[in-house]
Design a protein around this ligand. Structure first.
Ligand SMILES: NC(=O)C1=CN([C@@H]2O[C@H](COP(=O)(O)OP(=O)(O)OC[C@H]3O[C@@H](n4cnc5c(N)ncnc54)[C@H](OP(=O)(O)O)[C@@H]3O)[C@@H](O)[C@H]2O)C=CC1
Ligand SMILES: CC1=C(/C=C/C(C)=C/C=C/C(C)=C/C=O)C(C)(C)CCC1
Length: 315
């Protein structure tokens, strides 16, 4: 008998979530205020990270900016301060767990408890696996995936103590479906998606933690330079163009500020995600070949080779 009641309650919940998701998609959802929040952004010296900092500053959040590139990070801080917002910079190598924990402690002492965490920093080896130094492949996993564990372990306890906070994971569409020649990146982003989802389930399952929100962001190619050269079949490029970084960040901000659990940017990427799960493997291979998704990284790898001259930029 109880199971029947539970089943009816579950079906009501399910219908309600579908209807509210549709309404959220069609109407403009109410956005929360982040005025007075302490927001930490990793990779703040780079493309999306800097734009996230500027958007959060516009919304009135105080900022803690982490990057391994001190100069680029200071420039972000300068731009943020010009908006009359406080910004605190830290030079951190996210591939080093000890460095993350030490810097987190320093932030707690010098600034206070972080209430919003935007795990944005990411790297990609950009070489064919068999020709790539092991350390470079390993670095992708450390920065894009392992660092999520250490960041969460460092900052979640204080959010839990106050039942207040928000953890944002900037993953990728390549965390939902994959392509050739980016094994390190796909493994790390699939890992990031899995980590994020499990963390979200853990928070939902624990009583009294309804004040801690999570958002997973899965963008397609963004014109920041990170994936310069990556392209699909020429005739289809106009149909699914690379994203403008500001558009990507504004769409992400809408998702974050409306406490949306996940967003694919652009929305058409949900179709690729769904077809990966629903269609037979060979059917996906056929659509990849037709759309140029199978070899989309070839020119990226070539461009990266030319830009770096075969050298690895140390963090
Ligand atoms: N660009 C794209 O097409 C897409 C990007 N994404 C994801 O979005 C996020 C942001 O990407 P994007 O802005 O394009 O990337 P960028 O390379 O422009 O910026 C990344 C920033 O992170 C910093 N960083 C790299 N490694 C470390 C490290 N070990 N410790 C601390 N900071 C580090 C970089 O510093 P430095 O410059 O010195 O290396 C850089 O400032 C990433 O997670 C990426 O995977 C998702 C989908 C598409
Ligand atoms: C594989 C594939 C596609 C191409 C996807 C690309 C090119 C994704 C690039 C993503 C990047 C660069 C993410 C970075 O984090 C299509 C055409 C959508 C069709 C379905 C299969």
């Amino acid at each position: 008998m109880i199971i029947i009641i539970d089943l009816i309650l579950m079906l009501i919940d399910l219908t309600y979530s579908i209807i509210s998701a549709i309404i959220r998609t069609l109407l403009r959802p109410r956005l929360k205020s982040v005025d007075g929040e302490l927001c930490l952004i990793t990779g703040a010296g780079g493309g999306l990270g800097r734009l996230f900092a500027l958007e959060f500053a516009k919304e009135g959040a105080e900022l803690v900016l982490w990057d391994c590139n001190t100069e680029a990070n200071e420039l972000t801080a300068k731009l943020v301060r010009e908006k009359g917002v406080k910004a605190h910079t830290y030079t951190v190598d996210l591939s080093r767990r000890d460095n993350i924990y030490q810097t987190a402690e320093l932030v707690r002492k010098e600034v206070g408890d972080v209430t919003m965490l935007v795990n944005n920093a990411g790297v990609v080896a950009g070489r064919r696996m068999l020709e790539c130094p092991d350390e470079l492949l390993e670095r992708t996993l450390l920065v894009n995936c392992h660092a999520l564990f250490w960041m969460t372990k460092a900052f979640l306890p204080h959010m839990k103590a106050r039942n207040h906070g928000h953890i944002v994971t900037v993953a990728s569409t390549l965390g939902l479906f994959s392509t050739a020649c980016v094994e390190d990146y796909c493994a790390s982003k699939f890992g990031a998606v899995g980590f994020h989802e499990s963390l979200t389930h853990s928070l939902l399952a624990e009583e009294g933690l309804d004040g801690i929100k999570t958002t997973l962001i899965c963008p397609y190619i963004v014109n920041t330079g990170m994936f310069a050269g990556c392209k699909i079949r020429e005739e289809l490029q106009g149909l699914i163009p690379p994203l403008d970084p500001l558009y990507c960040v504004q769409q992400s901000m809408n998702a974050i500020l409306s406490d949306q659990p996940m967003v694919c940017i652009p929305r058409v990427m949900y179709i690729a995600f769904l077809s990966r799960a629903l269609l037979p493997w060979d059917a996906n291979v056929a659509t990849y070949r037709f759309m140029g998704g199978d070899k989309c990284m070839y020119s990226f790898i070539k461009t990266k080779e030319q830009n770096t001259n075969g050298h690895v930029k140390p963090c």
